[in-house]
Design a protein around this ligand. Structure first.
Ligand code: NDP
Ligand code: DXP
Ligand code: MN
Length: 382
């Protein structure tokens, strides 16, 4: 019975992780979890899965929960300290990090220090401080198992292979909600249009990231850290069906790909069962004859500027990806609340990157400072 802590239980990845846990009750036990402000969903999860500890984002939600559950039912906490407590709760063997944003960084570092395996959905953690997370994982000999579908695909393609034989990674991209529009047709797009992803049902922030293709940019940086490869060995390929989740090309020109219907329960479950596999009856079998044709296109870096910014920031390294991530988080939030236009997301990220001088090999404190300064700067632009 693997004891699991799940950060972000009420989100898209969180709910699908709970489905995997529920379908294998003899294999997994939810012992700790966190959620933000979605009280109804959070309370239902507590009743159904009976975790021992629950962390919530704010005091109000905590007080509300205290009125509904006794201290014998469940231990409760709130704020950043409680998020860490949930991550390293007594007996936890695997932390599924499915919160959104760089708030996931410290709980990940603390879990690594406690020798807890990380199943990582929260890509912002690796973008903002990839060197700290990977150095920490090496130091404590802890596995970081990818949950992101493309990285899980690459990880699956690499089983039994040597990283030294890789020629390049090919990360596939759906192109997001506006993939068939020209840049000039993006001026007046609405939040609802941007939230309409063609293939995946996901949280709001990542769906907007898909539409700007910043999601793919974040994934390029995530792949750089997870697989320890230079950016020149990472390519992005537009593939509108999201059937091939990514590919690895080896030195002998052989390419291995991982395919499947778009269903996040597959990579989530693989991270939980690795190196074994369990059946996943609920996932739809892929019948290629039903699909008929798969499409591929070269990624256009002038149309999707965020992709260019991500490659550039990743190559510069240091605190540049921290700025990229923080500016993006604030700009996407502002777009979602109707304060800025879709194209201003790109504009504000570009302005943040332009004014930043990267600090090489930054400490955690320097990353936190740059993150905060960037957030403040973007707020002044909104
Ligand atoms: N959804 C997907 O298919 C995929 C997602 N990812 C990555 O996984 C992560 C999660 O994505 P997704 O599930 O879509 O996001 P959602 O927005 O659906 O869920 C986010 C979760 O985090 C909680 N949360 C948000 N802010 C905080 C905070 N400050 N403190 C504590 N909890 C918080 C939310 O709580 P509440 O809702 O209660 O406020 C919710 O449970 C992201 O990094 C995303 O990029 C990667 C690949 C695929
Ligand atoms: C499911 C998943 O892993 C997402 O990151 C997905 O890849 C988003 O699709 P895009 O290819 O549109 O960014
Ligand atoms: Mn992905």
């Amino acid at each position: 019975m693997k004891k699991i802590s799940l950060l972000g239980a009420t989100g898209s990845i969180g709910i699908q992780t709970l489905e995997v846990i529920e379908s294998h009750p003899e294999e997994f036990k939810l012992v700790a979890m966190s959620f933000g402000r979605n009280y109804k969903s959070g309370s239902d999860i507590i009743k159904k899965f009976k975790p021992e500890f629950v962390a919530v984002k704010d005091k109000e939600t905590y007080e509300h929960l205290k009125r509904e559950f006794s201290s014998q039912d469940v231990k409760l906490g709130y704020g950043e300290e409680a998020l860490i407590e949930a991550a390293i709760y007594d007996g936890v063997e695997c932390l599924v990090n499915a919160v959104v944003g760089s708030v996931g960084l410290i709980p990940t570092l603390k879990a690594i220090e406690n020798n807890i395996t990380i199943a990582l959905a929260n890509k912002e953690t690796l973008v903002t401080a990839g060197h700290l997370v990977t150095e920490h994982a090496k130091k404590y000999n802890v596995n970081i198992l990818p949950v992101d579908s493309e990285h899980s695909a690459i990880f699956q393609c690499l089983q039994g292979e040597s990283v030294k034989s890789i020629d390049r990674l090919i990360i596939t991209a759906s192109g997001g909600s506006f993939r068939d529009r020209k840049r000039e047709d993006l001026v007046n797009v609405t939040v609802d249009q941007a939230l309409n992803h063609p293939n995946w049902s996901m949280g709001a922030k990542i769906t907007i990231d898909s539409a700007t293709m910043m999601n793919k940019g974040l994934e390029v940086i995530e792949a750089h850290w997870l697989f320890n490869l230079h950016y020149d060995k990472i390519d992005v390929l537009l593939h509108k069906e999201s059937i091939i989740h990514s590919l690895v090309e080896f030195h002998d020109r052989s390419i291995i790909a991982q395919l499947g219907t778009p269903d996040m329960r597959v990579p989530i479950q693989y991270a939980l069962t690795y190196p074994e596999r369990l059946p996943l009856k609920e996932a739809k079998r892929l019948e290629l004859w039903e699909i008929g044709k798969l499409h591929f296109e070269k990624a256009d870096f002038t149309r999707f500027r965020c992709l260019q910014y991500a490659f550039d920031s990743g190559k510069i390294g240091g605190t540049m990806p921290t700025v990229l991530n923080a500016a993006n988080e604030v700009a996407v939030e502002a777009f979602l609340s109707g304060k800025i236009t879709f194209l201003q997301i790109e504009e504000f990220i570009e302005r943040s990157l332009d004014k930043h001088e990267s600090i090489a090999n930054p400490s955690l404190e320097q990353i936190q400072e740059v993150d905060q300064l960037t957030r403040n700067f973007v707020q002044t632009l909104i």
